[in-house]
Design a protein around this ligand. Sequence first.
Ligand code: GDP
Length: 612
Amino acid sequence: MSSSERDETVKITTEKAGGASAQKPRQVEIPPTIAVRQLAEMLDVTPVDAIKQLMRAGVMANINQAIDFKTASAVAAGFGVEAKLKHRPAAKAGRTAELKKQQKLAQGEQAAGLQLRPPVVTIMGHVDHGKTKLLDAIRQTNVVDKEAGGITQHIGAYQVDVNGQKVTFLDTPGHEAFTAMRARGAQVTDITILVIAADDGVMPQTLEAIDHARAAGVPIIVAINKIDKPGANPDRVKQQLAEAGLVVEEWGGEVIAVPVSAKEKRGIPQLLENIMLMAEMEELKADPSRPAEGTVIEAEMDRTRGALFTVLISSGTLKEGDVVVVGEMWGKVKAMFNDAGKRVKRATPSTPVEVLGLDIVPQVGDVMLEVADEKTAQAVIEKRRQSVAKEITAQKAVSLSNLYEQLSAGKVKELGIILKTDVQGSGEPIRNSLEKLSNDEVKVSIIHSGPGNVTESDVLLALASKGVIVGFNTGVETGAKRLAEREGISIRLYDIIYNLIEDVDKALKGMLEPTEVEVIDGHAEVRAVFPAGKKEKAAGIYVTEGKVMRGGSVRVMRGAQKIYESVVTSLRRFKQDVREVATGYECGVGVQGFNDFQVGDTLEFFHIEKSG
Ligand code: GDP
């Protein structure tokens, strides 16, 4: 430990302790068991400082390790904070309560007409761990509409009956779909079921799902699946969960874990009971007497019936004949069908219904609002259009180069980072160093960190959480790159840890310049070479991918070797000058200062953009 680091810790301790003599010491509620990382978050100190404090108390613990209340309170005391034991609370991420409050305010709910509503549940987990099988098992064991013989329609969600109470399950499992909805501003999920196969354990997508649920502030219940398999080892799953900061109840933590077998339909009632229990603790309420509001969770054009969409009602009651605005369209509810395909007249909060009544298919994530009449509908649409336009101009995605500007304008107070690294091991030291950069104005928090390339799911998470992506010794998947460009999400890649940390530090201080990135526009093959002018040569090319633009930059490649880099000076098709030529077409190009084309050369067209 360097002396400056020690000084810093001592300073924190004395500052907080100094304040304590004048006022009452700050109090935090700490659960019976807590991971070091979470404790550090609660105490507003970096995990490294928390670990140092633990070391002073003679406890060697890593960042993900769970420690008991006694040890946690000793650490807290070191920072001048008084720890109080928190009794059996709901298992949720730190930001949940605040988020829920905001959601309720946003929905404009008034306490008067509020009634309990069914919880809305999403299933997440690693591929092949049994998400789909579990959804099917739940559907078959507890169908609400028994008359329909248990045959359910696929409408994007379904409801099951648990001792007379309902639970709504979203039918699109996975955290990608969940975060894609969030990125569109729609958060419909109340509870996440994290499926982990007992024979496989916690896998990369399990960790990803945990981070996505946490970023959204949605509580997690773990379903340890495939317990029928000979290789099933639920205890190992629990151990791995603890390492990821989720300590199960029987080990003194807060996370409910239920062993199940989707195949043999074992443990399903226990899982449902626990969902109900958590729903009760969460006090999920809505007012059914208000005008209906909801989110589109599925939409399609049916050949015989026309535009159909499934809406999950969030508050109010939707009725046949109601006038609704969906996105920027309006219509009248002609007919509604439940998840059993049965026609219904009304849909109350947390109910999914398929609605017939729009001319055009809306988009998933669109908000549906019941209005009084056509005139109001048009006024609402006009207002939505204006606010969308305003949002587009006012809301810029956060990037490292505009962070300071957004900080100064008070638009952001937290820099959320998605960190991708080559191997799992390199994530931890980078995470620690980045979190240490937090200061009084801005908190640096790692929303997700994992090994591998930057994926679309990472970009969606950045979009939904207003975060940025940094990579160390890793690449970006093509789809992710495209999505990030379209949504203005900043991705910066590094191969030296020091540079990565320094850039984030500079960004926090407003000293980081935008980077220049090269964007590939297209590729072409040289198929012929012909004279153009006295000495100049032009190439007859075939555009194999993307496009070529006059004035754009070009690289001439022979095999894997770059032999020239310059600008496209002329671009012609059938003797006519053209501005650009797309994939699958032939054309003639002239490259400034270059006359040495050979048949078989490839051309790479690109331009430079300022980014992130
Ligand atoms: P998903 O990718 O998470 O949706 O996984 P699936 O639901 O498609 O399941 C993946 C595979 O695991 C399928 O072959 C399932 O039949 C199998 N599976 C799912 N649940 C269980 C279980 O409880 N026990 C056993 N033995 N196999 C299961």
